[in-house]
Design a protein around this ligand. Structure first.
Ligand code: NAP
Ligand code: F7E
Length: 383
């Protein structure tokens, strides 16, 4: 008999990759999905099985982290061997607009899961993974950040996740639960939400190169992040729950890069060179050159003439609307513990991640360009 897992946040980036990974391993995966007026299952459509299919490997349940009774009922029905609590209001900037909701879902939501497991008498059976975050380090107290680095959260999101982190530790210590935190540094992919900075960049760069957008507006270009690929990071979540003893692990690449350099790398993927000048809100990025052969290979000859006209044009500007009231300037993780104890090493480095995201976004933008030619209105959101 394969194991049974419950994933909260299954419609999100990590939920989708983890569901696919666990199903391949022979698990039956139950996913908690919020009711919404549209399906919102794009990321897991390839895994979906209808309710009348036999021996389903993926089963969805309506649920919400803010609803205790609903969580308890789902856990009671599913009797999971493993719970991966990935659901969250996960956008740092948005958490400043919705601080109370973020505290409820991301903080108390974690408590609801743990307490349900306890009340249902499942503490021996059910292992819990909590999606903790490098945002806990916030105003960093040590470089690089490791499991013992003190936390200093800098947003309502991070403060809510701080509660989630400590309540997980507390249930482990108080009730002997196999409950662990993965302190994951930023991880991205073609499935990343469009308003996180990496995906915002790879989408916009693809659109600019293919004449669908003029300019990309960003906030703090000097912020530094330790970016990895979500496919590698869901493997770490699984490994954490396979250990005999529960514990907390930093999952990171150990390399940090500025937002500015991520922009340069994304344009370079299509043979476009960007040069930055100016400072702060006056900083601009202009196209300084084009490698025509690479552009044709990656974007297609039909877009070359327009792309050549980009040379000398300003394609990146700063809009202070994207600044945060309190910023996390630098994150870089030390993954020694996870490498040593879990045997986890990432397969993707940053260039491979950028390549994967750009390949996917260029493909999508090309599809949209065709639809636009046929008269469909293609919306772009600059959030
Ligand atoms: P994501 O793409 O934003 O997905 C979040 C998921 O949570 C979505 O399925 C969302 O549902 C669901 N959700 C939000 N509020 C909910 C609620 N009240 N009840 C039930 N479900 C709710 O996030 P992700 O990048 O996959 O991240 C997964 C988890 O890891 C999150 O907890 C995040 O905070 C944490 N984390 C992420 C990173 C990273 O770099 N990606 C790093 C460290 C930690 P809808 O689809 O309906 O919105
Ligand atoms: O910002 C800067 C921004 O929104 C990264 C979440 O998954 O990772 C994520 O949180 C950096 C910040 O991710 C724009 O100020 C500049 O310094 O992509 P982000 P995040 O805030 O690091 C952690 C680990 C999580 O746990 C979270 O759930 O980029 N930045 N200009 C911008 N950011 C955005 N979003 N948009 C901009 O225009």
């Amino acid at each position: 008999m394969g194991k049974t897992a419950l994933i909260t946040g299954i419609t999100g980036q990590d939920g989708a990759y983890l569901a696919e990974y666990l199903i391949k391993k022979g698990y039956t995966v139950h996913g908690m999905k919020r009711r919404s007026s549209l399906f919102n299952t794009d990321r897991i459509d390839h895994l979906y099985q209808g309710p009348h299919e036999k021996e389903r490997k993926l089963i969805l349940h309506y649920g919400d982290l803010t609803d205790s009774m609903n969580i308890t009922r789902i856990i009671q029905e599913v009797q999971p061997d493993e719970i991966y609590n990935l659901a969250a209001m996960s956008h740092v900037k948005v958490s400043f607009d919705t601080p109370e909701y973020t505290a409820n879902a991301d903080g108390i939501g974690t408590l609801r899961i743990l307490e349900s497991v306890r009340l249902l008498g499942l503490t021996e059976k059910t292992r819990v993974y909590q999606a903790s975050t490098s945002e806990l380090y916030g105003l960093v107290q040590e470089i690089p950040q490791k499991e013992t680095t003190p936390f200093y959260p800098r947003s309502p999101y991070a403060v809510a996740k701080l509660y989630g982190y400590w309540i997980t530790v507390n249930y482990r210590e108080a009730y002997g639960m196999h409950a662990s935190n993965g302190i994951l540094f930023n991880h991205e992919s073609p499935l990343r939400g469009e308003t996180f900075v990496t995906r915002k960049i790879t989408r916009a760069v693809s659109r600019i190169a293919l004449s669908m957008q003029d300019k990309l507006f960003l906030g703090n270009l000097s912020a530094q992040r330790d970016w990895g690929h979500a496919k590698d990071y869901v493997r770490a979540m699984y490994l954490i729950l396979q250990q005999d003893k529960p514990s907390d692990y930093v999952i990171a690449t150990g390399i940090t890069t500025t937002v500015r350099d991520f922009v340069k790398m994304s344009f370079a993927e299509l043979g476009l060179e960007v040069a930055f000048s100016g400072e702060g809100v006056n900083e601009k990025g202009k196209i300084a050159g084009i490698n025509e052969k690479l552009f044709i290979e990656k974007a297609g000859a039909e877009y070359l003439e327009n792309a050549k006209m980009l040379v000398g044009k300003e394609v990146v500007a700063v809009d202070k609307a994207y600044f945060r009231p309190t910023e996390v300037e630098l994150l870089i993780g030390d993954p020694t513990k996870s490498r040593t104890l879990l045997g986890w090493t990432p397969e993707y480095d940053l260039p491979a991640l950028v390549k994967d995201m750009m390949r996917s976004d260029v493909k999508e933008v090309k599809k949209n360009a065709l639809l636009q030619k046929e008269g469909y209105r293609i919306l772009n959101y600059f959030e």
